[in-house]
Design a protein around this ligand. Structure first.
Ligand SMILES: [Zn+2]
Length: 166
């Protein structure tokens, strides 16, 4: 996917560009190409971006460690401020308190919008934290749960187990 030169959008019909895609996304391991559409509208001082995208990803069940396929489907939308001070290469400042401005996405008005990077972030956010092959997954059968703990670094973790909400 090609990056979009932001000023060019102001000459597009209705200041909008819509891309259809069906391709792998860099950095994201998917079983099928990521497929969908993305619409970017130049709204003067911000870009309005919305998309619909899906792909099949292979996840590993947190309970039984079996791999399973999962349909990742997103329909995100976001406003990205056009701000001269925005430097896309700048990392978030971690040594002082973040302000709301730091957390808002922004791009320089004469810069580029990278649809692939944006989609990558949206899809990553949608990968479930809790990965289960099925709600009824029984996990790995262990006869005596404490018997196989030989590494004492895991012992304190194991002690916690009973106290965490399942
Ligand atoms: Zn499982």
């Amino acid at each position: 996917m090609k990056a979009i030169h932001i000023p060019r959008l102001t000459h597009a019909p209705e200041r909008t560009e819509t891309l259809e895609f069906k391709e792998p996304i860099k950095g994201l391991e998917t079983l099928t190409p990521v497929q969908g559409t993305i619409t970017i509208t130049h709204q003067g001082n911000y870009l309005e971006v919305s998309a619909q995208a899906e792909a099949i990803v292979t996840l590993t069940c947190h309970r039984c460690l079996q791999q399973f396929n999962y349909r990742l489907s997103v329909s995100p939308s976001e406003m990205i401020w056009l701000n001269d001070a925005a430097d896309p290469t700048e990392e978030l400042p971690l040594d002082h308190d973040l302000t709301l401005d730091d957390l808002m996405e922004s791009l320089p008005p004469n810069g580029y919008f990278n649809p692939e990077k944006w989609l990558y972030e949206q899809l990553c956010l949608e990968i479930p934290q809790r990965q289960l092959c099925s709600q009824s997954c029984q996990g790995i059968e262990v006869e005596n749960k404490n018997a196989h703990i030989t590494d004492r670094r895991w012992a304190s973790l194991n002690a916690l187990k009973g106290h965490l909400p399942s």
